[in-house]
Design a protein around this ligand. Structure first.
Ligand code: ATP
Length: 133
């Protein structure tokens, strides 16, 4: 089975570095599945899970926006923040979710605060999903 090399990098350092059979990412235009020898492209990412398929296992990485650069033999994900399930503090994500939900209910007349709270909620829900909670 042919593989493609994947790097997930954040401003804090490398989160993932390995060879997989398929990687899927969530771009602003929707889910993108990438196999070896994919055409080159660059696309902005939204909050979502990166799925790394290798044999019968699928590893997930929680990503909070950034860019994906695809080359035929290499995928680079430059993320604003990214965590493997083992790196996710579930209690922190639960608290962030609760905070964001409260803000969404109390800031409905302020579009900027509302949008910010909505994004914070998406990040928290994504982390809980990737952590399997
Ligand atoms: P919080 O309100 O809890 O800080 P946030 O969504 O605002 O959450 P980010 O701005 O996305 O946090 O991330 C800031 C840094 O904290 C990043 O390095 C990110 O990886 C890390 N981080 C945020 N939430 C968690 C979490 N639940 N578990 C582990 N690391 C986290």
């Amino acid at each position: 089975m042919s593989t493609i090399h994947v790097n997930v990098v954040t401003p804090d350092g490398k989160v993932y570095d390995g060879d997989v059979e398929m990687v899927s990412v969530r771009t602003v235009e929707g889910e993108l599945g990438i196999l070896p020898r994919h055409i080159p492209l660059v696309a902005p990412l939204t909050v979502g899970a990166v799925r790394l398929k290798k044999g019968s296992t699928v590893e997930k990485v929680a990503v909070s926006g950034g860019f994906v650069e695809v080359r035929p033999d290499q995928v680079t994900i430059l993320a604003e923040a990214a965590e493997l399930p083992s790196g996710i503090d579930v209690e922190r994500a639960r608290q962030a979710k609760e905070r964001a939900e409260k803000r969404i209910h109390s800031t409905q007349n302020d579009a900027v605060d509302f949008k910010r709270a909505e994004l914070a909620l998406k990040r928290a829900v994504n982390r809980l999903d990737v952590a399997g909670k």
